[in-house]
Design a protein around this ligand. Structure first.
Ligand code: GCO
Length: 264
């Protein structure tokens, strides 16, 4: 099979929330496969500039744009700027997301709404701002970054689970509506990865750290680079007839009911 199926040379990819963590790892993968990468950050110009330097340090063709993905006006303005200054967007990775770990009964409504806004509404806002161009060009790739919480609940992450469960269904509906325009919309569901978001629950001896190691058949936290293969696949020609699926990169968590703590 020709590797050109996975070649992204000549493509422009926008990855939201790609100044660090999983977003950066996926953007690095897409860039190394040949695409020009457009990195979005929302919190600070300095963080964005540092990230752009890091991408350039490994020889990638990269541009950085600072805008809030929950603000439709900023999204429309920046997508227009990107498509004028860099080129039409061929690949969109909706990765930007937040999590707030609070028992539902204690969670402020405003906090619940903020998680929904960033994790579920913003993929809609950014996709909507780009898809009409993809429709006119008769091709496009949209990848929504879902989660284990698109399938399973967990104490204290109810808002996040509601958002990521919704994002899985939004992915299926985008696929339903846009596949006829040769736009493939799919998701990636990361398992438990070693990132800044999971750092608080990953410290040695933290009960959750031991739980995840036991609950994951691969017996470890994922390395963000483990996501690059699925990302390149869903960004490339190789997935031109794949629509509405979420690929779980999870070390086997969703494949198993788990095992007793004392079982090897
Ligand atoms: C948590 C974790 C998870 C992971 C990831 C799993 O608190 O349970 O942060 O949400 O980050 O989303 O797919």
């Amino acid at each position: 099979m020709s590797l050109s199926l996975f070649d992204l040379k000549g493509k422009v990819a926008l990855i939201t929330g790609a100044t660090h963590g999983l977003g950066m790892a996926m953007a690095m993968g897409i860039g190394k496969a040949g695409a020009t990468i457009v990195v979005n950050g929302a919190s600070s110009q300095e963080k964005l500039d540092n990230a752009v330097k890091e991408y350039k340090s490994v020889g990638l063709n990269v541009f950085g744009y600072l805008f809030d993905v929950t603000n439709e006006e900023q999204v429309i303005e920046n997508v227009a700027k990107i498509e004028k200054e860099v080129g039409p967007i061929d690949i969109l990775v909706n990765n930007a997301g937040i999590i707030k770990r609070t028992p539902l009964e204690d969670m402020e409504v405003a906090d619940f709404e903020q998680v929904i806004k960033v994790d579920l509404v913003s993929p809609f806002i950014v996709s909507k701002s780009i898809v009409k161009g993809m429709i006119s060009r008769k091709h496009g790739k949209i990848i929504n970054i879902c989660s284990m919480m698109s399938e399973l609940g967990r104490n204290s992450v109810g808002a996040y689970a509601a958002a990521k469960g919704g994002l899985k269904m939004l992915t299926q509906n985008m696929a339903t509506e846009w596949a006829k325009h040769n736009i493939q919309v799919n998701g990636i569901g990361p398992g438990y990865f070693a990132t800044s978001q999971t750092a608080p629950i990953r410290v040695d001896g933290h009960p959750f750290n031991d739980f995840i190691i036991g609950r994951t058949p691969a017996g470890k936290w994922g390395d963000p680079d483990d996501l690059q293969g699925a990302t390149i696949f869903l960004s490339s020609k190789a997935s031109d007839f794949v629509n509405g699926h979420v690929i779980y990169v999870d070390g086997g968590i969703l494949a198993t009911i788990g095992k007793p703590a004392n079982e090897e």
